[in-house]
Write a protein of this length. Structure first.
Length: 306
């Protein structure tokens, strides 16, 4: 939970915002009388009070709103939150849509201090429900269910020669576990194409969990593990080990799986087999524990010593 320190607006773009103490937030528009309001994804900007104070401690003389932020809030580190996080303040509900931004032209703060914290620490949101926010109000953070995406690697399915049964199996298991399936796609067994799609999905923050199906065996065309290794930044070997151990109790062929798992930015990637039955068995083995790992990855909870 955080406390609103300032509510800032500016009548024209490119000018510093001023703390007006209280303002009305309009659904799917933004803040009344603020130049950045409109039907787009960056209707409201938010910045952590602690980040501003740290910047001031370096000798910067900046007023609230100087970085172009609408809301200054103490007690919440916005930079650590995932896309899709919800903020509630009285009747107002916001949804986080973007973290940071590219700075095309350096502001006066940058010219004096050599940097500006808004491109790095600021976040943006759209207004889901309107109302009034005032200085001193409490702002709470909540989260949507984990978002999952499914990427199937199969030459025959991508060409339409064979019906894809692995994706529906994965979607059913994920939905039953409380995940929201936000994206599904089929590609040929092409290492570069698979790696490019995985990178794009992870870097855009579209999903918290990205599961692949197919391409984990010994066939010369099977390349999903290699594509995964091309893009992950940190390996999570315990996940494929757990899947292989569970599958080995069913069939000794489980030892032939080359599945990998790892983290890229704030997304966990897990390779699943191509068989619908094996997909379900593997997800049943890891989903009960996966939620805790994703909560830590997304900053929703701390590490657990149990």
């Amino acid at each position: 939970m955080g406390k609103v320190i300032a509510v800032c607006i500016s009548p024209e773009k490119g000018t510093q915002k001023t703390n007006v103490g209280s303002a009305r937030f309009v659904e799917d528009w933004g803040i009344e009388n603020d130049a950045h309001a409109g039907k787009w994804h960056r209707q409201v900007s938010l910045l952590s009070h602690d980040k501003i104070e740290a910047f001031r401690s370096r000798g910067a003389e900046v007023q609230d709103g100087a970085f172009g932020e609408n809301l200054v809030v103490a007690g919440i580190d916005f930079r650590t939150l995932p896309i899709g996080a919800r903020f509630t303040c009285g009747d107002v509900e916001l949804e986080l849509t973007q973290i940071g931004k590219e700075c095309h032209s350096h502001c006066e703060i940058y010219k004096v201090m050599g940097e500006c914290i808004m491109p790095r620490e600021g976040v943006f949101a759209r207004v889901l429900h309107g109302g009034v926010i005032s200085v001193g109000d409490e702002l709470t953070v909540s989260f949507l269910p984990f978002r999952a995406a499914i990427l199937t690697a199969s030459d025959s399915c991508s060409s339409g020669e064979r019906e894809d049964a692995a994706t529906p199996a994965a979607a059913a298991a994920l939905s039953a576990a409380g995940f929201t399936v936000v994206k599904e796609h089929i590609l040929p067994d092409d290492r570069a194409a698979l790696a490019e799609t995985m990178s794009a999905w992870c870097d855009s923050g579209v999903c918290d969990l990205l599961v692949t199906t197919g391409g984990t065996g010994f066939s010369p065309r099977d390349c999903t593990p290699e594509a995964t290794l091309d893009v992950v930044e940190r390996l999570t070997p315990g996940i494929p080990e757990a899947m292989r151990a569970a599958s080995a109790a069913i069939t000794p062929r489980a030892m032939l799986s080359r599945a990998q798992a790892g983290i890229r930015k704030n997304t966990l990637i897990v390779n699943l087999p191509g068989s619908p039955k094996a997909v379900t068995e593997c997800l049943d083995a890891i989903l009960p524990t996966l939620g805790h790992g994703l909560e830590i990855l997304l900053g929703r909870t701390g590490n657990c010593a149990r």
